[in-house]
Design a protein around this ligand. Structure first.
Ligand SMILES: [Zn+2]
Length: 359
C-alpha cells in the first residue's frame, strides 16, 4: 500500500449538507484517516478496502467515497488517489479523448474515401503510364483473343463496305500526325447493337451495327473513332487494370487478407474484361475527341450527334427485347463503350454541343 497524504479537502457527511474542512491520510498499513483541519481531531478511520473512488471527470476532483456514503473531496482538482490510473472509467476516457474519438468516427472514413476515390486511382494511373509498351500490347492481344473466343464473331461486312471506313480512319490519323500502324481497325459482329471499343494496344473495334447506324453520317463515326483514340492515348486500358489491382491490394490490406490479395490480382485478368472504363475516363476520351475535332476544324456537334444516334439505337434495342436483358447480355453490353446506360449521356451531349476552346 502506498502511503499518501495529508490531502486537504472537504469531508461531506452522507445525506447531509454538513461539511468539514479536513485532510486525509492513507497509511502504508492501508488505513484511511480523516482529521479535522480546525482542531486536528480524528473524524473518521476506516480500512482502505472499504473506500471507493468517485467518477473521474476531467477538471473536477475525484471523491473518496466511504462505506456510509460520506465523501471526501480534495481541494486540488488535479489530485489523483494512489492506484487511480488503472481505475479510469470509460465515460471519463471518452471525455478526455473526444478529439481522438471524433477523428476515428469522421476522419477514418474520410481517409478511406480519399484513398479509394483519389489517392489510389491517381497512384495507379501514374504506375500505368510508366509500364512498358509491351504490357499494353500483351493486354490488348489477350483481350482480343478473349473477345473473339466468347463474345464476337467475324464481321458480315464486305471488303467494299469496310474499305472507305479504313481509308477515312487512316486520313484522320495522318491529319493528327499519328502512325496508322499503331491503331489497327477491326470489324466484328456482335449481338448487342451498335458499339465501339478500344483495347490497350491501340486496337479499335467497330461492330457491324455501328457501321450500319452511321453509314450515312461518316462524320459521326469519325467522332466515335476519335473518342476511342482518346481511350488509347490516355492509356485507359492499362489504367483500369492498374486501378483494379491497386484497389484490391488496398482492400486486402484494410481487411488484413494479404494472402487473398495475390489471388485477387490473378483473378483480375478476367474480371477486367467485364469492367468498363470509369466515368472520368469517358469524359477524358470525350474531351480528346472534341479537341481533335477542333484541330480538324470540325464541329463538336459531330460527336453530340453520334452519342444521340447511339442512345436512340440502344433505346430501340432495349424496347425490342422488352427491357429485359439476361445477365449474360448485360455483361456483354458492359464490355463495349456506349451501350452501357450512361446516366450522363445528355450531359455529354450538352458538353459536345457547347465545346469550344479559346484560340
Ligand atoms: Zn468511351
Amino acid at each position: 500500500m502506498t502511503a499518501c497524504g495529508p490531502v486537504k479537502g472537504i469531508w461531506q457527511l452522507a445525506r447531509s449538507a454538513q461539511v468539514y474542512k479536513a485532510s486525509v491520510t492513507i497509511s502504508a498499513q492501508g488505513m484511511v484517516q480523516i482529521h479535522s483541519e480546525d482542531d486536528g481531531s480524528l473524524l473518521q478511520e476506516t480500512p482502505f478496502a472499504a473506500v471507493s473512488y468517485g467518477d473521474v471527470i476531467p477538471g473536477l476532483p475525484v471523491d473518496l467515497v466511504f462505506a456510509d456514503s460520506s465523501r471526501f473531496i480534495p481541494l486540488d482538482s488535479r489530485f489523483r488517489w494512489p492506484g487511480m490510473s488503472a481505475r479510469r472509467t470509460l465515460p471519463a476516457w471518452l471525455e478526455e479523448h473526444w478529439l481522438a474519438l471524433f477523428a476515428a468516427v469522421l476522419l477514418v472514413p474520410a481517409f478511406v474515401w480519399l484513398m479509394v476515390t483519389r489517392v489510389v486511382p491517381a497512384g495507379a494511373d501514374l504506375a500505368a503510364v510508366w509500364l512498358p509498351d509491351s504490357v499494353g500490347e500483351e493486354l490488348g492481344q489477350q483481350s482480343l483473343t478473349l473477345l473473339d473466343a466468347s463474345y464476337m464473331t467475324p464481321s458480315a461486312l464486305t471488303g467494299e463496305q469496310q474499305q472507305p471506313i479504313r481509308q477515312r480512319w487512316q486520313q484522320l490519323l495522318a491529319q493528327l500526325q499519328l502512325n496508322s500502324d499503331d491503331y489497327p481497325l477491326h470489324f466484328r459482329r456482335w449481338n448487342y447493337g451498335a458499339n465501339a471499343m478500344a483495347l490497350a494496344d491501340g486496337t479499335i473495334i467497330l461492330t457491324d451495327d455501328i457501321v450500319q447506324l452511321m453509314a450515312r453520317h461518316p462524320q459521326q463515326l469519325d467522332a466515335v473513332l476519335l473518342h476511342e483514340l482518346g481511350h488509347v492515348e490516355h492509356k485507359h486500358g492499362l489504367k483500369t487494370l492498374s486501378r483494379a489491382t491497386a484497389m484490391s491490394m488496398l482492400f486486402a490490406m484494410m481487411f488484413g487478407d494479404i494472402e487473398g490479395a495475390g489471388e485477387m490480382v490473378l483473378g483480375l485478368g478476367t474480371s477486367f474484361m467485364q469492367s468498363a472504363f470509369s466515368r472520368d475516363m469517358e469524359h477524358e476520351a470525350d474531351h480528346y475527341a472534341l479537341l481533335s475535332l477542333q484541330r480538324l476544324q470540325r464541329p463538336g456537334s459531330d460527336f453530340a450527334d453520334a452519342l444521340l444516334a447511339l442512345q436512340s439505337s440502344h433505346e430501340t434495342a432495349v424496347q425490342e427485347c422488352r427491357g429485359e436483358r439476361s445477365a449474360e447480355e448485360k455483361r456483354a453490353a458492359g464490355l463495349f463503350d456506349y451501350l452501357r446506360t450512361h446516366p450522363d449521356t445528355s450531359e455529354r451531349i450538352r458538353i459536345a454541343r457547347n465545346f469550344s476552346v479559346p484560340e
